[in-house]
Ligand binder design. Structure first.
Ligand code: RB5
Length: 155
């Protein structure tokens, strides 16, 4: 397993804690920045990490900003990315089991470090269930392929 990491200046301390945790777990990571406390724009860092995950260079990605929301919105603009902003372990596990999420976004102003690391572990350790969820993910892919103009079932 390989993980692409990125953050803005607000998410930087949390990203550093996650990086140390993943290294302890023996997970190979690449940090796509920022590595400065200077104020920056989160889409600039979400984009290269999300592209690397979408291109198959990394198994998944973890993004940190103040809320996790801006990072997740930006990452989800990249085709093939299913990024979920989570502040609890249940959602993180279900985002893998049901939604085959390939990126997790965390908010450093929302979750403490201990909870964030639990969420990360649940995200990384929960497999996708497939089955009935596959049809729904295929419908999401169709929305993506059609640029949002996919026909609704029953139309
Ligand atoms: C930066 O102030 C903040 O907006 C950012 O870290 C993030 O929370 C955006 O969603």
């Amino acid at each position: 397993m390989t993980v692409a990491l990125a953050s803005d200046h607000v998410g930087l301390p949390l990203k550093r804690a996650i990086l140390a945790h993943l290294e302890e777990r023996g997970v190979a990571c690449r940090d796509f920045g920022t590595n400065s406390d200077a104020r920056c724009d989160y889409p600039q860092f979400a984009l290269p990490a999300a592209k690397a995950v979408a291109d198959g260079e990394y198994t998944c990605g973890i993004l940190c900003c103040g809320t996790g929301i801006g990072m997740s919105i930006a990452a989800n603009k990249v085709a093939g990315i299913r990024c979920t902003a989570c502040s609890d372990g249940y959602s993180a596990a279900l985002s893998r089991a049901h939604n085959n999420a390939n990126m997790l976004a965390l908010g450093s102003r929302v979750v403490g470090t201990g909870l964030a690391l639990q969420i990360v572990d649940l995200f990384l350790d929960t497999p996708y269930e497939g089955g009935r969820h596959e049809r729904r993910l295929e419908q999401i892919c169709e929305i993506e392929r059609s640029g949002g103009s996919a026909a609704q079932k029953g139309d």
